[in-house]
Design a protein around this ligand. Structure first.
Ligand SMILES: [Zn+2]
Length: 281
């Protein structure tokens, strides 16, 4: 029951952000004559639809994390349906608000499907931003219109995959919540020494407290199930390259402590309480 309600709440969150995005797209189009949804970067990649897709799907993420909705088949289906609805609304909104030079609206002249056909066949895509260097793409507009929903869905799929990877307590049906985090810099030998400990224990925290050398960074965080207080320790390794930290996702791991380690973690001198831990697990 909780899962079902969570899924509905997650989808409702996505519906809200999708409607807001459609409204923003239409407003930009109406008042600035700038079609964000069809914005193309480097002409070939219709980036606008992907960005709109990601922005629209941010609500799915927030809703799912707030109400512990799993990224499951129902969620995926709902996301596709809402993406379709959003795209339809953007086209329909354009149809309803487009004014012809003689003051009539598109709505007065043609029916919706005829409008879509004409509209797609006479698309003008701007390169970068600003409308200065537009290119008429003619019938290619249909092809682009076919790619756009896929782009839009790809944005949602990213959110779906991120949700799927989040730590989830199967027993309670809740997402883990990040409580404390600590970051240590050291050599490869230091990272290896910590990673040689297979369970978070006094031994593990002992090794973590003895960093030496440089070049690598170990980010350790402690998450907890809000219901059963089950703990989870997550490690991420980064290395310094050209003065920037780069992640090494292959070295990421999650460890389940045998005994609670919250107080041990908390007593680390540089352990930081995580803000918005509900959205990070
Ligand atoms: Zn639990």
């Amino acid at each position: 029951m909780r899962t079902m309600l969570g899924t509905i709440a997650g989808l409702a969150g996505g519906l809200v952000t999708s409607l807001i995005c459609a409204a923003i797209c239409l407003a930009l189009q109406r008042y600035l004559e700038f079609s964000f949804f069809t914005l193309m970067v480097w002409f070939i990649i219709p980036a606008g639809a992907a960005i709109t897709g990601i922005a629209s799907s941010s609500g799915f993420y927030a809703g799912a994390k707030l109400f512990d909705a799993r990224a499951n088949a129902v969620m995926a289906l709902g996301m596709v349906a809402i993406a379709g609805l959003t795209q339809f609304l953007i086209y329909f909104g354009t149809y309803a608000t487009l004014q012809l030079p003689d003051g009539r609206t598109a709505m007065d002249v043609v029916d919706f499907w005829t409008f879509v056909k004409i509209y797609l066949g006479n698309q003008r895509y701007s390169m970068g931003h600003g409308g200065g260097f537009g290119v008429d793409v003619g019938n290619l507009g249909y092809v682009i219109a076919g790619v756009q929903p896929l782009e839009f869905l790809a944005g949602g799929a990213c959110t779906f995959l991120v949700l799927q990877k989040e730590a989830f307590c199967e027993k309670c049906g809740r997402y883990f919540r990040r409580r404390f985090a600590v970051s240590k810099q050291g050599s490869a030998a230091f990272i290896d020494a910590v990673r040689a400990k297979l369970t978070p224990s006094p031994d593990y925290f002992g090794a973590l407290q003895q960093p030496e050398g440089a070049g690598f960074r170990l980010n350790v965080s402690l998450s907890q199930c809000p219901e059963c207080s089950q703990e989870l320790v997550s490690e991420e390794v980064e290395f310094m390259e050209k003065k920037q930290w780069k992640a090494l996702p292959k070295l990421s791991r999650r460890l389940s402590p045998e005994e609670p380690v919250l107080s041990m973690f908390q007593s680390l001198p540089d352990a930081k309480k995580v803000a918005f831990g509900r959205f990070r697990s």
